[in-house]
Design a protein around this ligand. Structure first.
Ligand code: NAP
Length: 314
């Protein structure tokens, strides 16, 4: 098969595109002929060495993708063959990421996609599972006011749509009219760089936070008593927590990393996201498509903050 891969961490020029032996599904695994791979910040960060050295002689990058099951390993029902699926965390603890014509994953990481598009399927794994966990890990949010910081981002976009699907009133923040357009599924859209953002947001019960450090003051201003603030990104890696304000509001600060949330939570998120897909509640951001041969350019696009969803046609 043709795959992108790297054997040392570094800039996007460590990615080589070429022929690799197609992996075979072992016991409990399936072979997926990928149609589309989603590219996420975690892909270029891992490739750049942010998460340490390689665990395998080479790594095909990419956690997310969608395609059709072509073969099954021992112990997997033959009925899986031909199933349209989305895959998540394919390249985690495995060399077989999704920037390739094929991947092998344990069958539980191949989730039926139904009639939804491969592009949507390739946008679900990291962004939608993360958003789901941030929103629902403490139970239903029906009737709550939820603030999604950065609603034009990949996780933010999923969070807006999942929160609406979950029956919340959704307020989101963006930095420009172009990004406001991408976040238009929210009930209230606020430019966080403009004066009066807190008043425009009003009071909220839950915050899905992409930038806790810069937004902490705003979050404290808009948080209702007993609100929960869930942070999923560390691009600004520190925040100074005002303990008195947190105590007074009985606030809960939570942090999450998709790779290592408890397995039952992962299963909840997969089930919830699947139901939302079935209900037609999830859409893709505008796509930036790259051929597999240009996987390095796809990584660079994500690293440089492409507005919209970067995918690779595999
Ligand atoms: N914990 C996890 O498991 C997990 C899972 C997925 C992603 N992540 C991390 O989460 C981050 C975002 O991922 P993504 O795929 O959603 O990236 P993305 O598509 O590039 O979106 C990032 C968004 O954050 C917004 N943003 C940045 N600073 C902001 C601020 N101060 N206030 C409000 N919005 C702000 C940006 O909008 P503006 O430019 O308009 O500010 C942008 O829309 C990355 O660091 C990624 O590695 C972590």
């Amino acid at each position: 098969m043709i795959a992108a891969r790297y054997s040392e961490t570094g800039g996007s020029d460590v990615l080589e595109i070429g022929e690799v032996e197609t992996p075979q599904p072992g016991p409990g695994e399936v072979l997926v002929r990928l149609a589309v791979a989603g590219v996420n910040p975690t892909d270029w960060k891992a490739r750049a060495g942010a998460t340490g050295a390689l665990s395998f002689p080479f790594q095909v990058p990419g956690q997310d993708g969608a395609g059709v099951i072509e073969a099954v390993g021992e112990g997997v029902a033959k009925a899986w063959k031909g199933e349209r699926v989305w895959v998540y965390l394919a390249g985690w603890q495995s060399p077989w990421g999704t920037a390739a014509e094929y991947t092998v994953v344990p069958v539980e990481k191949a989730v039926p996609l139904g009639d939804a598009s491969f592009e949507l399927g390739a946008s679900l794994g990291v962004p939608a599972l993360t958003a789901y966990h941030c929103l629902f890990s403490d139970g239903p949010i029906t009737g709550q006011r939820v603030l999604v910081a950065g609603g034009a981002g990949a996780v933010g976009h999923s969070a807006i749509e999942l929160a609406k699907w979950g029956g919340a009133e959704v307020i989101t923040t963006v930095s420009s009219p172009e990004k406001a357009e991408l976040a238009s599924a929210a009930d209230v859209i606020v430019n966080y760089r403009e004066a009066g953002a807190a008043e425009k947001i009003g009071k909220v019960d839950r915050i899905v936070e992409v930038a806790l450090g810069p937004n902490l003051e705003l979050d404290l201003e808009v948080a209702n008593p007993h609100a929960t603030i869930v942070t999923y990104a560390a691009d600004q890696p520190t925040a100074e927590l005002p303990i008195r304000a947190g105590m007074t509001g009985n606030l809960t600060f939570k942090f999450m990393l998709l790779y290592t949330i408890p397995e039952p939570s992962k299963h909840d998120a997969i089930g919830g996201v699947s139901k939302a897909v079935e209900a037609g509640a999830l859409t893709t951001l505008p796509l930036h498509r790259f051929p597999l041969a240009e996987a390095a350019a796809a990584h660079d696009a994500v690293e440089n903050g492409a507005v919209g969803k970067v995918v690779i046609d595999t």
